[in-house]
Design a protein around this ligand. Sequence first.
Ligand code: F6P
Length: 542
Amino acid sequence: MPGRTELPAWKALAAHADAFANTHLRDLFAADPERGERLTVEAVGWYFDYSKNRVADDTLRLLVDLADACGLRTRIEAMWRGEKINSTEQRAALHVALRAPAGEKFTVDGADGACNDVVPEVHATLARIVDFSERVRDGTWRGFTGKPIRAIVNIGIGGSDLGPVMACEALRHYSRRDLTFRFVSNVDGTDFCEAMRDLDPAQTLFIVSSKTFTTHETLANARAARTWLLRALGDECAVGRHFVAVSTNAPEVAKFGIDPANMFGFWDWVGGRYSMDSAIGLSTMLAVGADNFRAMLGGFHAMDTHFRHAPFAHNLPVLHALLSVWNTNFLGVESVAILPYDQYLKRFPAYLQQLAMESNGKRVTQEGARADYATSPVYWGEPGTNGQHSFFQLLHQGTRRVTCDFIGFRASLNPLGDQHELLLANLLAQAKALAFGKTAAQVRAEGSPDRLVPHRTFDGNRPSNVLLAERLTPASLGALVALYEHSVFVQGVIWDIDSFDQWGVELGKQLAARIVPELHDANLPLAHDSSTNALIRRLRKT
Ligand code: F6P
């Protein structure tokens, strides 16, 4: 297949973008009074308004052509068939199997060469975490001294932290308020010490979450946790009542001293950043209970089904992805602001940073050639309305091109006077202001002094998406996460990259491993560059 930029569909989009360069969103809306209703799609309770993107009907048709030319349909089916679409690691990426109802079939090639249906294992593990979390929640599972568990500490990093902490925050409304949840990820001792300060070891349960069980941050924190526990309880046997693990690596879990009976597994075909609905979500289940967790899986699955079957032109994740490609590759947008207008989604931007940038922040194609086009934009964000009083200035009048994803809910989980209407009004106002701006003529007509006219003018024409659902529930959260998972996958297909590996994190890990002893031992000779050498000398203890 020719390189992406050689595809006729890519070239057609490039030509279309040139012809479109001077078209303003104001013109597009003026020319089509139905645009705001027409350029929308609704799926699984999520309403997606993409009318404020700089697109015409032709653009959408050409983008679907590009998806076809890149073999998107085949790639989706390859994912569903459990093919090794993570080509550099020779693994399937079958997170959709994690939310498959019992009876559906998903197969992967086993080590023995046999084709195994993974759904029974998925449900067996689900049953185990349901059983365990119910025993903790109802007080049957007790700590070493016989007291019930009151605090749950998830120790993990990356996908073994960001999904669980995001979901626990997002579903706090549904969670057990008499249980305390903490998440320790950073190797910085401050993270652990601050999380532990007010916890009672006799009533604390640690979940050590690590796909590989070799991640040094997680193991360092897990060792600190064991020391903290044993210092208080004084008996090695206490570990069995206060530590469980979620991992794919049973031997390493056992080596650490956690009873394999207290380990919940998952599989190499689940990428870390795609794992919040596996046993990695144990903390979420402990917080919200099995029924809510199952409802979340139901939301994921409903979006999976929509993604697999809906025609591309009406497919929410596909459209979301194609618009991102359009903005990134043809309109020069460099970053995406994730703006949830819901405080419970405060960790959603951080979660999406890993999902999107660890998946698609790559500069080589599947075949190892250097991509001659942009790949993942930079993701960042904050809940509205806080962001409005910080970085929105740049969104409205800065020189950078940013796409905004506004996410909101019609009904609040915490109605407080008219504050929800105030919140939603702000969401709508920001999207409108970005799209339509304010012309110099409008500013003058408001009586502004001439010298301030340029300062008060808003160019507008800044793209945004609006995603709305009725209410933040476990099911709507699951559907939202699945939407972004699939959008990220589709973008990776268009960019011809492996969205499921992460080689770019390796070099820093290797160098850190070399530097650790050099910081400890002032006598070790240093052979780095002069900057690193000088910094090490400055930071050495002695
Ligand atoms: O270093 C990156 C990474 O491998 C992520 O992909 C992963 O989510 C994270 O580290 C944690 O890995 P593990 O779950 O194996 O501890």
